[in-house]
Design a binder for this molecule. Structure first.
Ligand SMILES: Cc1ncc(COP(=O)(O)O)c(C=O)c1O
Length: 453
């Protein structure tokens, strides 16, 4: 019998997160304070102490609190599938595996960090959390996590996604959160854009500014970020750690790891424990592909430089691949990938040549998502479809070259609330967006001047 799914016992779920900062051949460039423009380990007080500590920690392993493990067990460990039907349809000698984060209550990998962040906030006595969300996956994950810990939650949802995905908003409301379209009239920065154009499509950078402003303006309120930062990527390493255990049992090791990247958290959560081996000189040929949309191609077309994480310059300034913090990406359906920058950690690993970026256009990603659904059955999030596109392309390359490589796909979430996007694709209404060269050039002209001394 050909085995299709591999599942760990609950007792084998990781009890520690992996922090790659302990193993980097070169440390990360320092974080810059947005007010002083100087290096700092004390950024604006957006996060509670424990999360701030994790952001700069060089400890290799950090314990996952019991209370967090307890909630993880609601859906973790997640399943590792062998995509036998897809392999057969592609007639490829490649072995394709995918780790399935769709099975969390919110439908993606995002709860892995949402639960941890809500827990540390609760412990610090925080009563209210604000955040932004693109496609609504992060907002719904945080709404769910806040529900578990009895914390109030307000989500600024990028307007284009708010309109495209109304049921994601309902999901947040069911879990007790408040969700508004961004730019909103609720904050000063939001109002500036909202008054100029009440139909402004919004962007993640702008929604982050709104959520930060709200957190600064209210007592007992902290901000929470669903991607980009080191502690967020570290919380996601449960994905890769589980996968590594399972692959050891199977007796396979990936030749290629593929994940989609918005801020980089699900892909990094998968590849960091494997990149640890690569840094240690083992499995040196491991190829890691971070897939981004051609509509927001930060790694492949951006600059590696210091930039703000948000439009208003309230979030810390980080060294990353960026398209400029004023860049507003085209309204692609993969709302979670519409970010102007890339995680500093992912950017650093690209610079060190340990991983690479690749950009794919929207239509090709839906074509791949449909092929996946028509073979494996599962309907994937538009973000995930980016990774599926490259997985299929790599498997076809194996066929051409007659090579049986092991391909590991980070399957970040389901697309059950994205049927509007599938409808647009199936009815021929979906379009590709050309590379927005002029807009990126304009946005890159407005980078902060940092003082590194
Ligand atoms: C299903 C899914 N995959 C991927 C992403 C991209 O985020 P990240 O790069 O942090 O994994 C998102 C973001 O919202 C998402 O919802």
């Amino acid at each position: 019998m050909d085995k299709t799914k591999y599942i760990l016992e609950e007792k084998d779920m990781p009890t520690q997160w992996y922090n790659i900062q302990a193993d980097l051949p070169e440390p990360l460039p320092p974080l810059i304070h947005p007010a002083t423009k100087e290096p700092t380990q004390l950024p604006p007080p957006l996060f509670v102490d424990e999360l701030n500590k994790q952001e700069f920690s060089k400890e290799r392993w950090i314990d996952i609190p019991e209370e967090v493990q307890d909630i993880y067990r609601q859906w973790r460990p997640t399943t590792l599938f062998r995509a036998r039907r897809l392999e057969k349809a592609l007639d490829t000698p490649a072995k394709i595996y995918y780790k399935f984060e769709d099975s969390s209550p919110a439908g993606s990998h995002k709860p892995n960090t949402a639960v941890a962040q809500a827990y540390y906030n609760k412990k610090a006595g925080v009563k209210r959390i604000t955040t932004e969300t693109g496609a609504g996956q992060w907002g719904s994950a945080l709404a769910m996590a806040c529900m578990y810990f009895g914390i109030e939650c307000k989500v600024y949802m990028v307007r284009v996604s708010y309109q495209q995905k109304p049921y994601r908003r309902n999901l947040m409301e069911v879990w007790g959160a408040k969700c508004v379209a961004s730019p909103s009239p609720d904050t000063q920065i939001g109002k500036k854009f909202y008054d100029a154009d009440p139909n402004h499509p919004g962007s993640l950078g702008l929604a982050i500014s709104e959520a930060c402003e709200d957190a600064f303006a209210h007592d007992n309120t902290q901000y929470s970020l669903g991607s980009v930062l080191n502690h967020v990527l570290m919380h996601q390493t449960v994905i890769g750690l589980e996968t590594k255990q399972l692959m050891e049992k199977i007796g396979d090791y990936p030749d290629i790891i593929i994940g989609c990247v918005g801020g980089g958290s699900n892909a990094a959560g998968m590849f960091l424990p494997f990149v640890k081996d690569k840094i240690a000189g083992k499995n040196k040929n491991l190829k890691v592909i971070c897939v981004e949309p051609t509509g927001a191609p930060s790694i492949t077309k951006g600059l590696l430089t210091y930039d703000y994480g948000d439009v208003a310059g309230m979030a810390p300034i980080v060294f990353m691949y960026t398209l400029g913090h004023n860049f507003v990406p085209a309204p692609i359906h993969a709302g979670g990938l519409r970010y102007h920058g890339m995680s500093p950690l992912v950017s650093h690993l690209v610079k060190l040549g340990l991983i690479e970026g690749m950009a794919v256009p929207q239509l090709a990603t839906f074509e791949a998502g449909i092929q996946f659904a028509r073979t494996e059955g599962y309907i994937s999030a538009p973000e995930t479809n980016h990774a599926i596109r490259v997985t299929i392309d790599e498997a076809l390359k194996c066929k051409d070259e007659g090579k049986s490589k092991v391909i590991l796909l980070a399957h970040s979430g389901h697309g059950h609330f994205d049927m509007g996007a599938y409808d647009a694709y199936l009815s021929g209404k979906l379009e590709d967006y050309t590379y927005p060269e002029a807009k990126i050039k304009e946005a890159l002209a407005d980078l902060p001047n940092v003082n590194l001394k």
